[in-house]
Design a protein around this ligand. Sequence first.
Ligand code: ATP
Length: 325
Amino acid sequence: MKEGYIGILTSGGDASGMNATIRAITRSAICNGYKVKGIYRGYEGLINDEIRELTTEDVSNIIQRGGTILKTARSKEFETPEGRRKAYEVMQKEKIHTLFVIGGDGSLTGARIFAQEYDVPCIGLPGTIDNDLWGTDLTIGYDTALNTIVECVDKIRDTATSHERIFFVEVMGRDAGFLAQNSAIASGAEAAIIPEDQTDTDQLEEFIGRGFRKTKNSSIVIVTESPTGKGAAYYAERVRKEYPQYDVRVTILGHLQRGGSPSAGDRILASRLGCASIQAMMEGQRNVMIGIRNDKVVYVPFAEAIKKNKPIDKSLITVLNELSI
Ligand code: ATP
């Protein structure tokens, strides 16, 4: 066994497949002669020393479970130099030589800043349902969330059709439209309103003009949640005012989208990236996120991974528009 430990934490919003990632990192590490410590409640637990050793048995029977056995948290204290100093001291005390962070762009931003301030190798794994990290085609949790949304929209469709209504369904994604655009394609929705397309044309006008015709007896529009208030409720209200002849409803899927048993795709992705993260450490890589591109594992420097506005493939917009006539 090698000296010291690797430390694993999950941070930010939970995503299905985080457990499969913890399992993969732990088992691959042990298999290669490293000892592992689990850090509970993200950076908050690192600061407060909520840490214990993980064995191969500790990660048994979790590959199929949603959420995270290590718990997750958002830590305001870690955003301060003082908080990060405490985190560093705890790492020294616990003899953790490399930190594995599973989370979204906020979590990897934190890891990047921490690694700049202290000589601590950090390795990131993209764990977020939003799929908004640069340099990786997929993030762990995205596929499961997408499947959950599609299952819900299929049910809403039955009601929409029976009552001849327009449903605005709000999904997560923060400032990224991957979940909305792809769930709209997969569920046969009439339109998606996504942040990436809010440029020159009004997406609602376009949908009304193009999509909601007399030949259709129901319509579903998937809308990305909006920090600026332009979510499903906003568009529904506009339709009520501008087109009072339509019967409009809103469904906000909310936290239904995060949990649940991970899809096979997310379990495989988590397992591959988990093993690759130990490989990366053994190669001397540091301060990189382990991603997947064209079905190949890649190492993405933190600065790249957290770049804002990962582009969405515009051909997906064409696909939906052509298929929703
Ligand atoms: P999700 O995409 O699911 O929301 P996330 O990782 O983006 O996940 P955030 O809430 O943005 O979630 O970030 C998680 C945690 O990462 C924060 O609570 C904080 O502890 C840390 N963090 C985020 N930004 C910074 C920063 N600029 N400096 C230090 N730490 C940060």
